[in-house]
Write a protein of this length. Structure first.
Length: 279
């Protein structure tokens, strides 16, 4: 079954219930949300989030909690070995977000691996693994899904081998996986017009059993540009035909997928894009 939705907002007064209502208005059977602003660690208390109401409505539609994806905030950078305090702050924020994810009842948590800055890349990758291990020791819940990155600047996780270096060091293997972003992998240099070959490479290096979440985005950049600029479906360098085939690939059956495409004229394009991809 294709499980396709989008990023949705989570705002007062309805919070999680409002996120579910927004997703349903798009005809989605999956959704992704931040539990607060992605650029900071300020969070609304859990008892105000209308979690029970949102969860009940989502489940009453026949959808799974596995299809409600939580994205971790951007301020987490476990890969930073250069600036003192950033690693510890990242662990603290990640732990709090995992507790909020557990309270919501979602299971998949998408995490950017981070940036090495001027540090050694391999040391940064190893530190990400160490941070995940330390966090999972305190909160062994859900599945942390490392996102495939475009390789912009000093980002780590720019290829499958880098992600596998992290994953292979995580002790609780049932709690680690990957979120595959089409824009990011295209910008990293993977040829998505040969998507089954890309999946074969992913399977050989990481294992398809570790692929838990997909981000479906077109890209404003040519393949290999390492820039990470999302485009609307069919309006970028990846193209509608390729993205359509990815969404309908049988090897991704039941993997929840979320659109993160830009707003058009100040409005979310997700209802139309979901319809395009499911027709």
């Amino acid at each position: 079954m294709i499980r396709l939705g989008s990023h949705v907002s989570m705002n007062a007064p309805d919070y999680v219930l409002g996120s579910v209502d927004e997703a349903l208005s798009y005809g989605a059977n999956a959704l992704m949300l931040y539990t607060g602003a992605p650029q900071n660690s300020f969070r609304t208390p859990l008892d105000k989030l209308k979690i029970a109401e949102g969860r009940e409505k989502w489940l009453s539609c026949g959808y799974r909690m596995e299809d409600m994806i939580i994205h971790m905030p951007y301020i987490i950078n476990l890969a930073n070995t250069v600036k003192e305090g950033v690693y510890d702050m990242g662990k603290e924020v990640l732990l709090k977000e995992m507790a909020r994810t557990k309270a919501i009842g979602a299971r998949y948590m998408v995490l950017h691996p981070g940036s090495a800055l001027t540090g050694d890349v391999n040391e940064s990758l190893d530190q990400v693994a160490r941070g995940i291990n330390e966090v999972l020791e305190e909160c062994p819940y859900g599945i942390i899904c490392l996102e495939t990155m475009a390789g912009k600047g000093s980002e780590v996780g720019r290829d499958f081998a880098q992600l596998q270096r992290i994953i292979s060091q995580v002790r609780l293997q049932d709690h680690i996986g990957v979120c595959f972003d089409t824009c990011h992998t295209h910008d990293a240099g993977y040829d998505l017009t040969q998507f089954d070959k890309v999946l074969d490479e992913f399977d050989e290096i990481i294992g398809l059993d570790k692929l838990y979440v997909m981000h479906i985005n077109d890209s404003k950049n040519v393949r290999g540009a390492h820039k990470d600029r999302h485009a609307n479906i069919g309006e970028g360098e990846i193209g509608f035909e390729t993205l359509y085939k990815i969404v309908h690939n049988a090897r991704l059956d039941d993997v929840p997928m979320a659109l993160e495409t830009p707003y058009v004229g100040g409005k979310a394009p997700y209802k139309e894009e979901i319809e395009m991809l499911l027709k």
